[in-house]
Design a protein around this ligand. Structure first.
Ligand code: SAM
Ligand code: SF4
Length: 474
């Protein structure tokens, strides 16, 4: 195996995952493509759309770089480090191109959108730069690049949702799948590059979402996660029946497909999650009791600078309401340390709101200024890196304690668990998730298969995982 394959950045969050649909693919293809994805779940879902568009045109996916005629890297711009990871990976591809000069390299996603043609100047080996709304043009762009010209398409669209494209489920566990319900974001949080790289918010046709979920269920999937940057602002007017579909209504439609199809969603902006959504979650057992509710900061002053449009108190009241309506709901968060002007007092507010909200889990970052964002234009990135890192380490340590405490509260409880497959650490054990999205590991009972539901009683835990014993099959 080439050495650059083994150096691949590959963490638990699937960063850099390469896709191939079949272990043994009997189909004849004119060319093979290799695609690697970075960043959020939306990017991973987009790579499945890209794979579908390419397969339709006679290109086959490969997980083997040496076999590839085309390499695509689906990129993330959210923090500087995410971009550095991609740049580093591109240097690996240089070696592949040296040994195969006909190889074409395409950069997809948010970095392509942010840097546009500049990418071609900065990274000479890149042949195609394709933004997130231009994937339908990929076959034409490949043809253009094959003639030796560089191909760029980065126009953002107001209506592209790829609603009619059935994503190719690549490297899926066959149990859970992501379904994109909207694209873009209108929120303009001042730190965030997403509104610039993914464009205006648009909701996908509700009927096509329900149809995709029905197909997944028929194919044996037992869990769908409805994806969007801000799912609670989903809104689609279905002219055929004259019905306005809100996110709550969409959730209900998907939940009604089958009682044993679990429904999850991500991400909720605290300002948009409605009472109607909470009540819908309460009504359907198969809508998972788990909400990712990013707080970003616990200081009302910083939240205002971030343009999050809620205060500390408002957020805390939202957490209270979730706990009232859904007493057993898991809540997780995103937290940013060291945003512009953040004082130690602001940081203490972040720690105390985490403590108040008792998050089961958080994604935690230090602030990374992104060119072109409102914050980059308006504020000075004035918290020293050392201070950012110190505050982040305190946030991480606190979350560690909160996660452990949350797991310890589950000792002795019995959960309905959807089995995803063997545990990564020990093949004699299997893993699944409960409704609250917590991972549970348990000894493999006889006759178990992926996609089964089990009752598992928690006997032990670590900070990240519940450990249990099977009570019965459901
Ligand atoms: N739309 C989602 C939301 O608002 O919660 C998630 C957007 S983003 C892909 C995921 C997370 O990255 C954000 O919630 C935020 O915590 C973090 N993030 C975004 N921009 C950042 C920046 N400039 N520096 C550090 N973290 C950032
Ligand atoms: Fe970025 Fe805010 Fe939109 Fe999330 S809601 S994608 S953080 S602008």
């Amino acid at each position: 195996m080439l050495d650059f394959l083994t150096q691949k950045v590959h963490d638990e969050n699937r960063q850099g995952e390469a896709y191939a649909p079949f272990a043994v693919d009997e189909n004849q293809y004119k060319k093979h493509f290799y695609i690697e994805s970075y960043g959020c779940q939306m990017n991973f879902a987009d790579s499945e759309i890209v794979a579908s568009i390419l397969q339709e045109q006679g290109f086959g996916a490969t997980r083997n770089l040496e076999q590839a005629d085309l390499i695509f890297i689906n990129t993330c711009s959210i923090r500087e480090k995410a971009e550095q990871t991609v740049r580093k990976r591109l240097t690996d591809f240089k070696k592949a191109k040296k040994s195969n000069p006909g190889l074409l390299i395409g950069v997809l996603g948010c970095m392509a959108e942010r840097l546009k043609a500049k990418f071609l100047e900065e990274e000479k080996l890149v042949d195609m730069v394709v933004g997130p709304d231009a994937y339908r043009s990929l076959p034409a762009l490949i043809e253009e690049a094959e003639t030796g010209q560089k191909a760029v398409k980065v126009l953002l669209s107001r209506d592209e949702t790829y609603a009619d494209i059935a994503p190719v489920r690549l490297d899926s566990n066959g149990v859970s799948a992501f379904v994109s319900i909207m694209r873009g974001c209108n929120n303009m949080c001042s730190f965030c590059v997403v509104p610039f790289t993914r464009g205006r918010e648009r909701s996908r046709d509700a009927a096509s979402i329900v149809a995709e979920c029905e197909t997944l269920y028929r194919d044996g999937y037992k869990e769908v996660t409805l994806l969007g940057q801000n799912v609670d602002s989903y809104h689609y007017f279905d002219e055929s029946v004259g019905e306005a579909v809100t996110f709550a209504r969409l959730l209900e439609k998907v939940a009604m497909i089958a009682p044993d199809l679990r429904v999850r969603f991500s991400t909720s902006h605290p300002k948009d999650i409605t009472e109607e959504v909470l009540q819908t979650m309460a009504r359907y057992e198969n809508i998972c009791k788990y909400i990712h509710l990013p707080v970003q900061s616990g200081s009302s002053r910083v939240l205002q600078l971030m343009n999050r449009t809620y205060t500390r108190e408002w957020y805390m009241a939202k957490v209270d309401r979730i706990r009232e309506v859904l007493p057993d709901c898991g809540i997780s968060s995103d937290v940013i340390a060291g945003f512009c002007t953040e004082t130690d007092e602001d940081h203490q507010d972040t720690l105390s709101i985490m403590e108040y909200s008792k998050y089961d889990m958080s994604y935690m970052f230090f602030y990374s200024e992104r060119p072109g964002t409102l914050a980059a234009r308006r504020y000075t990135d004035d918290v020293p890196l050392e201070t950012k890192k110190q505050r982040l380490s305190e946030i991480v340590a606190l979350q560690g304690r909160l996660s452990r405490e949350s797991n310890e509260k589950d000792l002795g409880k019995t959960f309905k668990v959807l089995v995803e497959g063997p545990s990564k650490k020990n093949p004699d054990e299997w893993m699944g998730r409960n409704s609250q999205n917590k991972v549970i590991v348990f000894p493999k009972p006889a006759e178990l298969k992926k996609g089964d539901y089990l009752e598992v009683t928690v006997t032990d835990c670590t900070q990240a995982t519940l450990i249990g014993n099977v009570r019965s099959e459901k």
